[in-house]
Write a protein that binds this ligand. Structure first.
Ligand code: NAD
Length: 356
C-alpha cells in the first residue's frame, strides 16, 4: 500500500492506495533534518490526484518551516487523503491510513487537520503509535490543538502591537475573520485583554454568539477585509491576502491563525510598502503543533504553555530582522527558517525505493 515515489522538492513522497478501504492520497516528507516529520492529515475532496500531491508537498514544506521556527525537534510532513466519491467506512479508512503511517516506522507523525478530528486520530492510533491529537488523558497534552493556536496568536499579536503602535491590545480594535475553533477562542482572549472586536463569519449562530459574549460588532464576510480596525486577524481561509485586499486594507497590522495567508510572496512586499506589518502565519500559528509535539514527545501541559507563550518573542526576531535588512516580514521569516533548517543536525535522507 505504501509506494515511495521520487519528488525533487521532498525527501520522501509516499503514495497511499488501498482499494478495500477507499484510502487514496499521499504522505509527503519535506524535511527530517530537525527530527521526525510532523504535520496533520487533511481529508478533502480533490479534483485530481495531482492536486492532492501538490497540496501535500506544499503543506509539508510549510510544516518544516513552522516546526523549525517554533524550535521543535521535528521536521515537516503532511498527509493528504482524498475524500472518496463513493460510500466508505470511515473507521476502516483511517485504520488503513494508520497502517501506512506505521510502515514508515516513525519517519512521519500524523495528527488532525482540515477534515479530520480527534475521533479520527483515535482510530488511527489503533494501527500506529506515530499519531498525536488524540483524546486527552490524565491532564496530559492532547485533544483539539486550537486553544493553543489561539493563545499563540494572541501572544504574538500583543508583541507586534507594541512594536507597530506602541499600544496594548486594550487600546486597539481587532477585525477577526472566521469564528471557528481558533477564531472564536481568539476573540475570547482578545476580549479578556480589553480589545474591541469586529467579527465576520458565514455561520450566523457563531457571529451572534460572539456579539453577545464579546460585545463584538458583526461585519459581513467581504467588508471585514477593509474594516475600520487597527489589526486584521485572518482565522478562516488561506490566500486571503491578495493584491486587492492589501491595497484596500485599513488595518496596520495583520496577525492571525489561517495557514498560507499570502496569495503570493509579492503580496508581502506590497503590505510592507503600504506600511502594514504582516506577522508571518507559520510563525504565529504554531501553538497547535507545539501541543501535538508535546503529546508525541511526552512533554507536560506546562511545557506547552511555556513554549506557546514565547511565540511573541520568536515573532519579534523575525520582525527585527525584516526591519534591519529592509525586507518584507515574510521573506525574513523564510530566511530564518531556511537558516535554521541548514543548521539542524542530522543528515537528510532521500528515499527512492518502493515499499509494497
Ligand atoms: P474552522 O474550520 O474551525 O474555522 C474556520 C471558520 O471560518 C468557520 O467557522 C467558517 O465558517 C469560517 N469562514 C469560512 N469562510 C469565511 C469567510 N469568507 N469569512 C469569514 N469566515 C469564514 O478552522 P480552525 O481550526 O478555526 O482554523 C482556522 C484557520 O487556522 C485555518 O486556516 C487553519 O488551517 C488555520 N490553523 C488552525 C490551527 C488549529 O489549531 N486549528 C492551527 C494552525 C493553523
Amino acid at each position: 500500500m505504501n509506494n515511495t515515489l521520487y519528488s525533487p522538492e521532498l525527501e520522501r513522497l509516499v503514495r497511499l492506495e488501498d482499494s478495500k478501504s477507499g484510502l487514496s492520497g499521499y504522505i509527503a516528507i519535506h524535511s527530517s533534518v530537525a527530527g521526525p516529520a510532523a504535520g496533520g492529515c487533511r481529508f478533502l475532496s480533490y479534483a485530481c490526484d495531482e492536486d492532492a500531491r501538490r497540496d501535500a508537498a506544499r503543506l509539508a514544506e510549510g510544516m518544516s518551516y513552522k516546526n523549525v521556527m517554533a524550535g521543535l525537534p521535528l521536521g515537516g510532513g503532511k498527509a493528504v487523503i482524498r475524500l472518496p466519491d463513493r460510500p466508505f467506512d470511515r473507521e476502516q479508512l483511517f485504520r488503513a491510513f494508520g497502517q501506512a503511517v506505521e510502515r514508515l516506522g516513525g519517519a512521519y507523525v500524523t495528527a488532525e487537520d482540515v477534515g479530520t478530528s480527534v475521533e479520527d486520530m483515535d482510530v488511527v492510533a489503533k494501527t500506529t503509535r506515530h499519531v498525536a491529537g488524540l483524546s486527552p488523558r490524565n491532564g496530559k497534552p492532547g485533544g483539539d490543538p486550537s486553544l493553543w493556536t489561539a493563545l499563540g496568536v494572541k501572544t504574538a499579536m500583543e508583541s507586534a502591537a507594541q512594536l507597530r503602535f506602541g499600544k496594548n491590545l486594550s487600546e486597539l480594535t481587532v477585525a477577526v475573520q472566521g469564528l471557528g475553533h481558533v477564531g472564536f477562542e481568539l476573540c475570547r482572549l482578545l476580549y479578556e485583554a480589553g480589545a474591541k472586536l469586529i467579527v465576520a463569519e458565514p455561520r450566523a449562530d457563531l457571529a451572534a454568539r460572539a456579539a453577545v459574549a464579546f460585545d463584538a460588532q458583526i461585519a459581513n464576510c467581504r467588508s471585514i477585509l477593509d474594516a475600520k480596525a487597527d489589526i486584521f486577524a485572518p482565522c478562516a481561509l488561506g490566500g486571503v491576502l491578495t493584491r486587492d485586499t492589501a491595497l484596500h486594507m485599513r488595518a496596520r497590522l495583520v496577525c492571525g491563525a489561517a495557514n498560507n495567508q499570502l496569495a503570493s510572496p509579492e503580496v508581502g512586499t506590497l503590505l510592507a510598502e503600504r506600511g502594514i506589518l504582516y506577522a508571518p502565519d507559520y510563525v504565529v500559528n504554531a501553538g497547535g503543533i507545539v501541543n501535538v509535539a508535546a503529546e508525541y514527545l511526552g512533554w507536560s501541559t506546562q511545557d506547552v504553555r511555556d513554549k506557546v507563550e514565547t511565540t511573541g518573542e520568536r515573532l519579534l526576531d523575525v520582525l527585527h530582522l525584516a526591519e534591519k535588512a529592509a525586507i518584507p516580514t515574510n521573506r525574513a521569516a523564510d530566511s530564518l527558517a531556511r537558516e535554521a533548517l541548514l543548521t539542524a543536525r542530522s543528515a537528510p535522507h532521500t528515499e527512492l525505493a518502493v515499499t509494497a
